[in-house]
Design a protein. Structure first.
Length: 436
């Protein structure tokens, strides 16, 4: 985790003290249920909860000192709690294994991280919708292969992003549900020394579902699905960020990141206004996606468990969620403050002499009786003259002067094919599909 790209609420989920607090809650809830089942004394559960009610400081350094000797983090924690609580603490962890604590804790952390990320997505969706409605009918050029294609509106560009992030949200809801499971099943998942009722109770208390069948670990296909979902969200962030970066290029300059008073773009060139935020988002997306392959490789553990996944998850759990949280918030700010230049959009759209209307002429010629190949040839031979003149010539003028074209279409019919508004007659339909 790099503090530069981290926000407090998400970071707090992964702090050692927060982790140990979840560990304690798992152990105390398990002890409580064991007491209710008559396996351990009620006094043991009471002692744990009475100590917890004092809101004790979790002494991370003391636990670390014990672990330096035991070389086992869960044992170190249990030893520290025993020192604090006293003799009754010996009934903690009855029939449980370390993974019961570690895996269930990771489930809690990832579920809580998901809640923050879902709130982030909601904020981003709201920002995109506001700007989409603002520019619902702002004409701009659509590009395929980076080349002018046909007109769209800037609102449609943003509506497309809204739909994409809506799908991201749906996927994250599903990923949260899949990852939020609890396993308190003992050494190899057989419940030999701990009743399944304990697992069900702990799951209920922590807002989790029970893991239907675990080995000594929660199956890692769940985690693979989760981190893959984060990776897809990161890719959607990069897609919108890349679009903004292209639109900010000097030769395009149809939109750009907000440039605040006093901001500087280059140490060498005072004129620069660089798309640093969206470039940063592109890089952060790569970091989030870097968690996906290790998560997939964690699925294949040996037999009932090994710990090859453990070191990986200590990295990717905090890093992926913290980075994605930051990236979503940054993208929201970019969208909210994005500078949009409709006049430049119109200028760019019109700079190639009306080539953007070529398909309408092609279709009109076919409807007038020409073959598609002949229609294509007639339009293309005039369009290439415009292209080679860099827009100095007018496609409409050339078509009007082409006797093969005017033999099929009158000047008035040709002019009608160059109506910009024609392209936007279904904008309301698309918006209703996306936002309705």
């Amino acid at each position: 985790m790099v503090p530069r790209y981290a926000r407090p609420a998400m970071t707090a989920l992964w702090e050692p003290e927060a982790k140990y607090r979840i560990w304690f809650e798992i152990e105390a809830h398990a002890t409580q249920k064991l007491a209710d089942l008559g396996v351990v004394p009620q006094s043991a559960a009471k002692a744990l909860w009475d100590w917890w009610a004092t809101d004790p400081k979790i002494d991370v350094e003391a636990i670390d000192a014990i672990e330096a000797v035991t070389k086992h983090d869960v044992i170190a924690f249990l030893d520290w709690v025993a020192r604090e609580v006293g003799e009754e603490a010996r009934f903690m962890h009855q029939g449980m294994t370390s993974s019961d604590v570690l895996d269930t804790t990771l489930s809690v952390q990832l579920a809580r991280a998901s809640d923050i990320l879902l709130a982030d997505l909601d904020a981003l969706l709201a920002a995109i919708r506001t700007r989409a409605e603002e520019h619902k009918y702002t004409p701009t050029i659509g590009r395929s292969h980076g080349i002018h294609a046909e007109p769209v509106t800037f609102g449609l560009k943003l509506a497309e992003a809204y739909a994409e992030f809506s799908r991201c949200r749906t996927r994250l809801v599903a990923a949260r549900a899949e990852i939020a499971t609890c396993a308190i099943s003992g050494a190899v998942g057989t419940f030999a020394n701990v009743d399944p009722a304990v697992e069900a109770y702990v799951a209920e208390q922590l807002g989790l579902e029970i893991e239907p069948v675990s080995t000594q670990v929660i199956p890692r296909d769940r985690h693979a699905m989760y981190f893959a979902t984060l990776g897809v969200i990161a890719s959607s962030i990069e897609r919108l960020a890349t679009e903004i970066r292209h639109l900010q290029r000097t030769e395009v300059l149809e939109a750009e990141e907000y440039f605040s008073p006093g901001q500087k773009g280059s140490s060498a060139m005072p004129h620069k206004r660089n798309p640093v935020l969206t470039e940063n988002l592109t890089g952060l997306a790569r970091v989030v996606r870097s968690a996906v392959t290790p998560a997939l490789e964690n699925v294949a553990l040996w037999h009932e468990r090994d710990i090859s996944h453990s070191s990986v998850e200590r990295y990717i759990g905090p890093d992926a969620t913290i980075t994605l949280d930051f990236a979503l918030a940054r993208l929201t700010g970019v969208v909210e403050k994005l500078l949009v230049y409709p006049e430049r959009m119109a200028k760019n759209m019109n700079r190639m002499g009306g080539l953007i209307h070529s398909q309408r002429v092609l279709l009109a010629l076919t409807q007038a009786g020409l073959t598609r190949d002949e229609s294509y040839r007639l339009v293309q031979r005039n369009a290439m003259k415009v292209w080679e003149s860099d827009g100095a010539l007018s496609l409409l003028d050339l078509l009007k002067a082409d006797p093969d074209v005017t033999a099929a279409l009158s000047p008035a019919q040709l002019e009608e094919k160059f109506d910009l508004g024609y392209h936007f007659k279904h904008v309301d339909t698309i918006f209703a599909r996306v936002f309705g």
